[in-house]
Every structure is written in structure tokens, then in C-alpha cells.
Design a protein around this ligand. Structure first.
Ligand code: NAI
Length: 783
């Protein structure tokens, strides 16, 4: 039986556009500016113009930032309850006007009304309700944090209103004010949201909306009056933003692209998996950052599964997005269609099989049929690039380890689906997949209480839940940090062979790589002098090659990450015990190097810090969320992998321990550059490590120039994060800039130092958060 069309009425949405004269200025300080240079907002389903929008300028961004800055203290002073009431009012109004928003979104974006009505709008309202709750509880739950200040937020076009909610709700809850830029293709629901803000009683300047293309984004990114940037969009632009904001001190969260695997094991409920796949790759025309765009199916069921899939594809309906019976709507813009066509053609050119059901595409607008590609190599463009369209690439695997290996064979790490009836297999595979979200026997589930965000080049930071709130706050202890003392190394490296003359006693402290003492590859060394100017010893001048060897050793030490937290804690306690046994020797070394009168105190504090992180090792637990689905979402704190660390010059032992201990307590392996001026406490430590059951490769120590070694760490392809805390503002900015190449996480101290003796400044969950990333595993249950 054929169904007749069931179109949703556009009357209300068109009336709103008419009422506004189909022309919009910018929303700054709760006022609408005169329209400026205009660009058209088009309905991608038929090419019709919906309205003219203003291309914002740098001067407009200035005005918006000024309004936000002026409004921030008042917004904060409203208090948690005051803000909660307004956010609750927003949530209520979004529900009241849900139909208008849903239709406007469908007109503007081309996505089906079924999705805007049943997915986007309910999630938007839920986000404001949930975050009204965080505002209410803020003083209690985040007592040691404050709002960041003014935040700049830039979103893409695939979920225009939902991304707005994801960005604005946590920012407002925490007490920030906002300069928000919607995507140029899809700004209308953000402009309608401005009306809601006024109705809900959001004070002037708290939410400012500046429309326009990437130039507005650039102006926001480089504006000195912005304290935090939150971006969702392409990995390319994410990289540009990381580079452009390096050294600015702005907090940054990036939610970028993906190429997420959808893994089907042979024991899966194949019919359910097919339905999951429809939601995974054909939801929103595949224009979803976490779309399950790579099907990995176990070889034994491959043919059967693909037959079922093709049969299901034949039944997908494509057509007017306003028709309630349509599964697939229009692509956002012809430019997106061209991009998808180009990638699918590349697969055809490489001899892949391209399956598309026989469906008639509407004459006007941008459309693309559901597409299945088989026979692609793992290196093919369609298997690696984010297509961002309704295109699925299928491959097979034989064993679970092969599935994991294929799943991780991408630079991205946003999401993954695992389909199996075997819970043991699912929970074995989920932690092995490098992705921020794993859905077991489900797909594309989202909730305000559960964090969302990527691993690797899919970005960093989380949106939603408690961890999402931290993105919009600053720890109070950060405000108390002192300026870093300037500590100049006493001597420049000597371009002479390490051991001096033939009869000289070799006083060169070795580096430490893979559990072994190592001479520098370049065989050069630098002299280390004491506080009194006397020569103490030489240390190796570490090079790119030494870092490479150290990273290789760190990568081999995977056993550390798999070890239980209890075991890691035992090793940290053991290191503390062995350090205590040689406490006097270490204190004497610190005193000789730095002239410190507090050397004994520093050793004691280092021992205590080791105990501190040993204690944390098995207590930094994740969370179990109960989202509005029949199931649980388990938020795990996972290690990042390999972290490069550049240590401070002040407190050379305590600084080293304060950075290395939290990293390894959580299962990371590290490549550490100790204090450039006073490296000998670190090189002495390997004797302690050797007697403390620390496995080879977990801690690797490379001495030498902090600047050069930091540069190498920041550009290395196999390092997951770089921390730099030696007080060099320029060096920290460079680390942030260079980290953009592989979108490594960074934690830099800038020109400020840290009171390394203070647990508030050198300890706590904030440090552990830098050493870990949250993976949310969704586990539905029931029959
Ligand atoms: P995009 O990353 O260029 O745009 C996202 C947002 O960033 C828009 O608001 C845009 O105006 C803004 N922007 C552009 N250049 C900027 C700059 N230099 N500085 C600051 N802001 C800037 O994404 P686009 O061009 O719309 O889509 C291209 C491809 O990106 C898609 O085909 C898809 O592969 C990917 N993409 C991924 C998304 C995701 O959620 N992961 C969302 C949108 C696109």
C-alpha cells in the first residue's frame, strides 16, 4: 500500500518570517541591529529563499563581546537559583514553541520533520532543563570553581538548534555570558531563539547572536575579550582555531569530525542491527559527526547482513522533509552534494561496488540517495575521509581483535557502535575502541546528562553532564597561581663529546629510555652548575632521535595501562618508599643544584605527593548515568596514552613528581623533560624507579633544551598530550600552536608558575582530568 503525502504546515514559520520582513540584523544586548551586508538563507529542499541575514563584521563582534562583558557580573550575581529560573523558562518556552522551531529548522536545514520534531526539539528542551538544574546546584557541586567569563561559541549546520542548546545551556548555567555564531547555512532557529531569550527574561548582553560566515568565526576566535572558545565543526577549522588561539590563555573545547565504526558481530540480532544502522548513517542524511559511516561486519554473517541491509535501503523513503512519512530529507547545500558525489565517484573509480536503491530524487534542491559501498580498501578515501552524507562503507573482519584494529584505523575517535548479544564481548571491545562514545546495541543516543566528545582528532572537551560543566568553569586555585620564577640554566650546551677527555671520570648523568640508562644519540652534553657556580655534572643533550626512542618505548609499555589501578598504586607507594630511603641524598642534590634551604621539605613533599596520587589511582572512578532510556551509560575515565611532559625549574623534584605521578597513576606512559636548569634530581630518580617495580617504558627521561624537546613532543605523531609547566609563555604558546597538527591535548602553565607544595594548585581532580578522557558507554537492557 502506498501512503499519501502527510505534509506538516509551514504557516506559523512563514508568518514569523513575514512578520520579521524576511530580513534580520544581529542580536546584541537584547536589541536587533539594523541589517548590514546581507546573504540569503535558502531552503535546501527546493532552493527557495527564506530570508536575508546579516554578515557580521569584526566591529559587530566587538560590540557583542563588550555587551557580554558588561552583562557577565550581573548574570553571575543573579546566583544559581536566579539563573535556574530563567533557564527553566527557556526550556518551557522551547517546548511551547516546539512545532514552530521544528518546522523552521526543517525549512532551513532540509532535515526531516520527523527528526526535528521527535529528536532535536525534545533534546533541546531537555538540555535547558538539565542545565537549569546545574545552575541551581552550582554553589554546592562546583564550590571550588567560578565562571570563565565571556565565551565565544561557533557551531555547524547539521544540528543548528541542538548545537545551540549544547553550547549555550552549560555556559549560562555556570554564569558565563555568550557570543554565539550559528552556521551561515542555518541561522534561523538561533534568531528565533533570541526572541525566546527576551521572553524568558534573559538580561541584556547575556546571549548575543552574530550571524555570518567563517570571518565572524575568525573575529570571535582572535578577540582578546573572550575567555573561552567552544567549537563544533570540521577538523580543518578546529585545527585553525587551535593555532589561532595558541598562547592566548583562552580555554578551548573542540568537537570535530568522525569516521565512526559500526561493528556487527556474528551473534548480533541482525534485524535490530540493520535498524540501528539506519539510525546511525541515514539519520540526518548522514550529516552527523558521529554517524556510523564504516560498517564492520563479521565475515560469517556478512552476506546475510548486507542482503538484509540492501532490502531495508530499498524501503527508505526520500522526499520533502516536511512530509512526516519521509526517512531522508535534503542535504544542507549543493556544495555538500558535490563533495559527497566526488567521494562516491572516487570509490567507483577504484572499482568498488556502489549500491543505491532506485529512488526518484526531487527535481529541485540538494539530494543524495542512501548509498552502500563495498569492496573499498582500508586506505581508500571513502574509508578514511569524513563523507558527511548518506554513504556507508562496508568491510568485514574475522575476529574481535581484528574488528578493534579496523575500528581504530582512523585519525578520528568520536563514536562507535558494537552489536552483539554477548555482553562479555561487548564490554571487552568497548574499552579497546578509541572513541569518546560507544553505543552497545543502539546508535546515536544523546542525553544532556551524558558527556559527548572525541578522542584523537575528533577533538577534546566534553559537552553534557558534569564533565561538560567543567568546560565552562575555572578552578579558583588557578587564580591564586604565582608568577613563575625566572630560572636561567647556568650554562649553554657544550658541543663536545659527552665524557670529556680520555682520563676524565664520566660525570654525565644518563637519560632513561625503556627502563635503561641511555646516552644521548647525538653524544653531546651540557654542564650543570650548582647554585655556587661550581660544575656538578653533565647531562645528555637530548635530540629528536632520543624523543623518538622514548616514545617507542612508552608505546611498548601497554601492560601499564592494562594493569589494575591497585597495582599502579602499589608501584607509586614503592617509589615513595625507596625515595624516602634515599631522602638525604636527594635533599643534598637539590640543595647543591638550587641552593634551596628547603631541600628536605621538597623531598618530603615529593614523597607525600607520590602517596597522594597512589591514593587517587584507584579512586578516580567514572560515573553511571541513568539517561531517559531503558539502560545505563557508564562514563569511564580512561588514560590518554603517551604524555610528553616538560617540568618546571622551580622545585625540580617536587615539580617532576607532581606531573609524572598523576599521569602514570591513571595508566598513562610518559616522556619527561626534567627541569632544564636543575635536571639531576630527575636523572637520579631512575635508580629509584629501577628498584620500585616500575615497568620499563612507563617513565622515560630525556634531558636537554626545554624549548627544543617541547617542540619535538608537540609535533610528534604518536604522542597523545603535551604538558608544559616551565613558566615559558612563548614556549607554552608554541606547544599549543604545534599541537594543532595532530590535535593533541595540551596542558600548559604559561607565564604563571604553581605553588607545587599546595595540593589545591598541584593536585585534585583538575589535574587528574588533564591525565584522562571520558568514554561514555551506552548499555541498553531489557527484552
Ligand atoms: P566548518 O567547520 O567550516 O564550519 C563550522 C562553523 O565554523 C561554521 O559556523 C563556520 O562559519 C565556522 N567557521 C568556518 N571557518 C572558520 C574559521 N576560520 N574560524 C572560525 N570559524 C569558522 O564546516 P563546513 O564547511 O560547514 O563543512 C565542511 C565539512 O566539515 C563537512 O563536509 C563535514 O565533513 C565537516 N563538518 C563536521 C561537523 C561535525 O559536527 N563534526 C559539522 C559540520 C561540518
Amino acid at each position: 500500500m502506498e501512503y499519501g503525502p502527510a505534509p506538516e504546515s509551514t504557516k506559523e514559520a512563514q508568518a514569523w518570517l513575514e512578520q520579521r520582513g524576511r530580513q534580520f540584523g544581529l542580536f546584541i544586548n537584547n536589541e536587533w541591529s539594523e541589517a548590514g551586508e546581507l546573504f540569503a538563507s535558502i531552503n535546501p529542499a527546493n532552493g527557495a529563499k527564506l530570508a536575508d541575514l546579516t554578515q557580521g563584521t569584526a566591529a559587530d563582534v566587538d560590540r557583542a563581546v563588550a555587551a557580554a562583558r558588561a552583562a557577565q557580573p550581573g548574570w553571575q550575581a543573579l546566583g544559581g537559583h536566579g539563573r535556574a529560573k530563567i533557564m527553566y523558562a527557556i526550556a518551557r518556552l522551547m517546548q511551547k514553541h516546539a512545532r514552530l522551531f521544528a518546522v523552521l529548522e526543517t525549512l532551513d536545514n532540509g532535515k526531516t520533520i520527523r527528526e526535528t520534531r521527535d529528536v532535536d526539539l525534545p533534546l533541546v528542551a531537555r538540555h535547558f532543563y538539565h542545565h537549569a538544574g546545574w545552575a541551581q546546584l552550582l554553589a554546592e557541586e562546583f564550590a571550588d570553581h567560578r565562571a570563565v567569563g565571556v565565551v565565544g561559541q561557533i557551531v555547524p549546520w547539521n544540528f543548528p538548534l541542538l548545537m545551540l542548546a549544547w553550547k549555550i545551556a552549560p555556559a549560562l548555567a555556570a554564569g558565563n555570558t555568550v557570543v554565539f555564531k550559528p552556521a551561515e547555512f542555518t541561522s534561523l532557529t538561533a534568531l528565533l531563539f533570541a526572541d525566546i531569550c527576551v521572553q524568558a527574561g534573559v538580561p541584556a548582553g547575556v546571549v548575543n547572536i552574530v550571524t555570518g560566515d567563517g570571518r565572524v568565526g575568525e573575529a570571535i576566535v582572535k578577540h582578546a575579550g573572550i575567555d573561552k572558545l567552544a567549537f563544533t565543526g570540521s577538523t580543518e577549522v578546529g585545527r585553525l582555531i587551535r593555532e589561532a588561539s595558541a598562547g592566548s590563555g583562552k580555554k578551548l573545547s573542540l568537537e570535530l569530525g568522525g569516521k565512526s565504526p559500526f561493528i556487527v558481530f556474528e551473534d548480533a540480532d541482525l534485524d535490530a542491527a540493520v535498524e540501528g544502522l539506519v539510525d546511525s548513517i541515514w539519520f540526518n542524511q548522514g550529516q552527523v559527526c558521529c554517524a556510523g559511516s564504516r560498517l564492520l561486519v563479521q565475515e560469517s554473517v556478512q552476506d546475510k547482513f548486507l542482503d538484509k541491509l540492501r532490502a531495508r535501503m530499498d524501503k527508505l523513503t526520500l522526499g520533502s522533509p516536511l512530509d512526516k512519512s519521509m526517512d531522508i530529507g535534503a542535504l544542507v547545500d549543493p556544495v555538500q552534494k558535490q563533495r559527497i558525489e566526488g567521494l562516491v565517484q572516487s570509490a567507483r573509480d577504484e572499482g568498488c561496488t556502489v549500491y543505491q536503491p532506485a529512488c526518484e530524487l526531487p527535481a529541485d534542491g540538494s539530494w543524495f540517495p542512501p548509498t552502500l559501498i563495498t569492496g573499498a580498501s582500508t586506505a581508500a578515501a571513502v574509508a578514511q575521509a569524513e563523507i558527511f552524507g548518506p554513504v556507508l562503507v562496508a568491510m568485514s573482519f574475522r575476529t574481535p581483535p581484528e574488528a578493534v584494529q579496523l575500528a581504530n584505523n582512523t585519525v578520528y575517535g568520536l563514536a562507535a557502535c558494537v552489536w552483539t548479544e554477548n555482553i562479555s564481548l561487548a564490554l571487552d571491545v568497548a574499552p579497546a575502541i578509541k572513541a569518546g562514545v560507544v553505543w552497545i546495541n543502539t546508535a546515536n543516543q544523546f542525553d544532556a546528562a551524558c558527556g559527548f566528545g572525541g578522542y584523537r582528532e575528533s577533538g577534546y572537551g566534553r559537552e553534557g553532564g558534569r564533565e561538560g560543566m567543567y568546560e565552562y568553569m575555572t578552578a579558583l586555585s588557578e587564580d591564586a597561581r604565582p608568577a613563575a620564577p625566572v630560572v636561567e640554566p647556568k650554562a649553554k650546551p657544550k658541543a663536545v663529546p659527552a665524557s670529556g677527555g680520555v682520563f676524565a671520570i664520566d660525570r654525565t648523568a644518563k637519560m632513561y629510555i625503556g627502563g635503561k640508562q641511555a646516552r644521548p644519540d647525538g653524544a653531546y652534553s651540557r654542564a650543570i652548575h650548582g647554585a655556587d657556580g661550581e660544575f656538578i655534572a653533565e647531562v645528555g643533550e637530548g635530540s629528536r632521535k632520543d624523543i623518538r626512542n622514548a616514545v617507542e618505548a612508552a608505546h611498548k609499555a601497554t601492560g601499564w595501562t592494562k594493569a589494575t589501578a591497585h597495582n599502579r598504586a602499589q608501584v607509586l607507594y614503592y617509589i615513595a618508599e625507596n625515595l624516602a630511603a634515599r631522602g638525604e641524598e636527594f635533599a643534598a642534590r637539590i640543595a647543591a643544584m638550587t641552593g634551596s634551604k628547603n631541600a628536605e621539605k621538597e623531598v618530603q613533599a615529593s614523597i607525600e605527593r607520590l602517596f597522594y596520587y597512589a591514593a587517587w589511582a584507584d579512586k578516580y572512578d567514572g560515573l553511571a548515568h541513568q539517561p531517559p532510556m531503558h539502560g545505563i551509560t557508564v562514563a569511564l575515565n580512561e588514560p590518554l596514552g603517551v604524555i610528553g611532559i616538560v617540568c618546571p625549574n622551580e622545585a625540580p623534584l617536587l615539580g617532576f613528581i607532581s606531573l609524572v605521578a598523576p599521569a602514570i597513576a591513571l595508566g598513562n606512559r610518559v616522556v619527561v623533560v626534567p627541569s632544564e636548569a636543575h635536571p639531576l634530581s630527575a636523572t637520579d630518580l631512575y635508580q629509584v624507579f629501577d628498584t620500585s617495580d616500575l615497568p620499563a617504558g612507563v617513565v622515560n627521561i630525556i634531558t636537554g633544551s626545554a624549548d627544543e624537546l617541547a617542540r619535538t613532543l608537540a609535533t610528534h605523531g604518536d604522542i597523545d598530550a603535551v604538558w608544559r609547566h616551565d613558566g615559558s609563555a612563548e614556549g607554552c604558546a608554541e606547544v599549543e600552536r604545534l599541537s594543532a597538527s595532530t590535535l593533541k591535548r595540551t596542558w600548559v602553565g604559561g607565564a604563571k608558575g604553581r605553588d607545587w607544595y599546595s595540593t589545591a594548585q598541584a593536585g585534585g581532580r583538575a589535574v587528574l582530568a588533564h591525565a584522562s578522557q571520558v568514554k561514555n558507554i551506552w548499555i541498553p537492557y531489557g527484552v
